[in-house]
Design a protein around this ligand. Structure first.
Ligand code: AMP
Length: 222
């Protein structure tokens, strides 16, 4: 089994989570989604959740020190040699720097950073139709990838819901945060020779094929 270590970069709604979930099934990678981690913390009203909620609810990025610690610890908790996809982290240059230091200490290297690209009109359409399983976090889209039965998760039978931050008024703030704070990471990873663009505008299977081709191009896993 191929144990690659990937970072998925891209605006909200670009399909990072959907493709990460596919790699969990196809390659047995572990998906480490900062958004999922924060939603769990907020739902459980933990100390981290309470600190994060005010930012999350308005579509702003949660402060770096809160997110970085949790995510680097999540990588460190994986059994040695485990392949993973970092989905939604890092999202700022300071987060990337903390991650880099953390990975060096853990003697873990990133094989590739996949940059999911698509235009704003499609982002807004995709996010508008997005539904998430409240039980297992599986993702659906009313228009592009609907569940077999409306409102019910194919995978676990759990109820589907719209994320609180997927409403139109919050999406604009999230796109703005992406442009101002996350987009500089494209150059950051380009300079390190790790960046691979993905045309994220097509159907899920077509994007999955691009992701698979990039992984294949990395050669045998270490
Ligand atoms: P996502 O599920 O990746 O779209 O993230 C949803 C929300 O969680 C974002 O709008 C932020 O409020 C917060 N969040 C997720 N990942 C990060 C991160 N790496 N840094 C800061 N905030 C984050």
């Amino acid at each position: 089994m191929r144990q690659v270590r990937l970072i998925f970069l891209g605006p909200p709604g670009s399909g990072k989570g959907t493709q990460a979930q596919r790699l969990v099934v196809r390659l047995g990678l572990v998906q480490l989604s900062s958004g999922d981690v924060l939603r769990r913390e907020i739902q459980a009203a933990t100390e981290i959740g309470k600190q994060a909620a005010g930012y999350y609810n308005v579509g702003a990025l949660v402060p770096d020190d809160i997110v970085s610690g949790v995510m680097v610890a999540a990588v460190g908790a994986l059994p040695p040699g485990t392949g993973f996809v970092l989905d939604g982290f890092p999202r700022t240059v300071p987060q990337a720097e903390v991650l880099e230091r953390g990975l060096t200490a853990l003697q873990v290297t990133i094989d590739a950073v996949l940059d999911f690209r698509l235009d704003d009109a499609l982002i807004i359409r995709r996010i508008g139709g997005r539904r998430i399983c409240t039980r297992c976090n599986a993702l659906y889209n009313a228009e592009f990838s609907p569940p077999r039965q409306a409102g019910v998760c194919d995978r676990c039978g759990g109820p589907l819901t719209q994320r609180a931050d997927d409403v139109e008024s919050v999406v604009a703030a999230r796109l703005d945060a992406y442009r101002r704070q996350t987009a500089p990471l494209v150059e950051y990873y380009q300079r390190r020779g790790l960046l691979h663009p993905v045309d994220a505008g097509g159907p899920v299977d077509g994007v999955a094929a691009q992701v698979a081709a990039i992984i294949a191009s990395l050669g045998p896993a270490a």
